[in-house]
Write a protein that binds this ligand. Structure first.
Ligand code: AMP
Length: 274
C-alpha cells in the first residue's frame, strides 16, 4: 500500500489506474471504516482511502483539536484490509488558501437534524468531499449509513452536479451490544460505554413501533427523547423521517428513525431503518 501526502504525487500514481473507488475518512479507523474498504474492493479496480480531519466541518466549539489522530495504526488496518493507496493530505494541501468557494447543500435536506444542531456542517462536508472527488477522480465512492443524512446529502450533490461517480452505501457496523462503531466512542469512560448502546436500543424500539403500524410519530419521538433523558443523556433530536430525503413521514413510505444525543461531553448519532 502506498501512503501519499500530496496531490502532485497522487496524480501520477493514479494516472494508469482505472475504476478507482474512494473511501473518504477522518481516520482513527475501526471495523466500520474497513467494511467500506471491503465494499470498494469488491468492485475490483483500485481502492483509495483518504484520511483527513476536515476543519471546515467542525464548529469552533467542537472537537477538531482533540479528534483522535492514529495514522500509523490506520495504515496498518488499511493495508491489511486491501487498500491500495491511502491519501493523507495536510491541511495546507487541501486548503492552501482560505476556502471561500463552498458547496451549499439544499436547506430542506441540510438544515434539519444534524444541520440544525451543527450549522454549516454539511457545507464543510460537501466542500471537502467535492475536492476529494476532484483530486482522486473516482468512479465510485463509499459512505456509511451511520451518517445517514450525510449519505443523502452526498447522493444529492452527485446527482444534481452530474458528478460521474457511483455512491455506494455501507450498512452500520455495531459492537456486540448494538453500539454503532465510531471514532468518538473512544471519548467514553467505562460507565458511559456501557450506557452508550441505549441510543441504538431507543431507536430500535421506536422503529419496531412504527413497523407495527403506529403512526403517532411525534409522540413516539417524544417518548424516545424522554427515555434517553431519564437515563442521563442530552438528546439533540429523535426523528422519524422518510428515507428518500428525510421528509416528514407518511404511512407506507420507507422510513428511518434517526437520533443524536450527548452522553457527558460525547455526542453520538445513530439510526435504524424501519
Ligand atoms: P468518519 O471517519 O467518521 O468521517 O467516517 C468515514 C466514513 O465511515 C463515513 O462514510 C461514515 O459513515 C463511515 N462509518 C463510520 N462509522 C461507521 C460504522 N459504524 N458503520 C459503517 N460505516 C461507518
Amino acid at each position: 500500500m502506498q501512503v501519499i501526502r500530496t496531490i502532485a504525487e497522487l496524480r501520477p500514481a493514479l494516472e494508469d489506474r482505472r475504476e478507482i473507488s474512494l473511501v473518504p475518512t477522518m481516520g482513527n479507523l475501526h471495523a466500520g471504516h474497513l467494511s467500506l474498504v471491503r465494499i470498494a474492493r469488491e468492485r475490483g479496480g483500485t481502492v483509495v482511502a483518504s484520511v483527513f480531519v476536515n476543519r471546515l466541518q467542525f464548529a469552533p466549539h467542537e472537537d477538531f483539536a482533540h479528534y483522535p489522530r492514529t495514522l500509523e495504526h490506520d495504515c496498518e488496518l488499511l493495508a491489511a484490509g486491501g487498500c491500495d493507496i491511502v491519501f493523507v493530505p495536510t491541511e495546507q494541501e487541501i486548503y492552501p488558501e482560505a476556502q471561500s468557494f463552498t458547496v451549499q447543500a439544499p436547506a430542506d435536506l441540510a438544515d434539519v437534524l444534524e444541520g440544525q444542531v451543527r450549522p454549516g456542517f454539511f457545507t464543510g462536508v460537501c466542500t471537502v468531499v467535492l475536492k476529494l472527488f476532484n483530486i482522486v477522480r473516482p468512479a465510485a465512492a463509499v459512505f456509511g449509513k451511520k451518517d445517514y443524512q450525510q449519505l443523502l446529502v452526498i447522493r444529492k450533490m452527485v446527482r444534481q452536479l452530474a458528478l460521474p461517480i457511483d455512491v455506494l452505501a455501507a450498512d452500520i457496523i455495531r459492537d456486540a451490544g448494538g453500539l454503532a462503531l465510531s471514532s468518538r466512542n473512544g471519548y467514553l469512560n467505562d460507565s458511559q460505554r456501557a450506557e452508550a448502546a441505549q441510543l441504538h436500543a431507543a431507536l430500535r424500539a421506536l422503529a419496531e413501533k412504527v413497523r407495527s403500524g403506529r403512526t403517532d410519530w411525534p409522540r413516539l419521538e417524544a417518548q424516545a427523547v424522554e427515555f434517553l433523558s431519564a437515563r442521563g443523556w442530552q438528546p439533540d433530536y429523535v426523528a422519524i423521517r422518510g428515507r428518500a430525503g428525510l421528509e416528514a413521514p407518511i404511512p407506507g413510505a420507507a422510513l428511518v428513525a434517526l437520533g443524536a444525543a450527548r452522553l457527558g461531553a460525547t455526542r453520538l448519532i445513530d439510526n435504524v431503518e424501519v
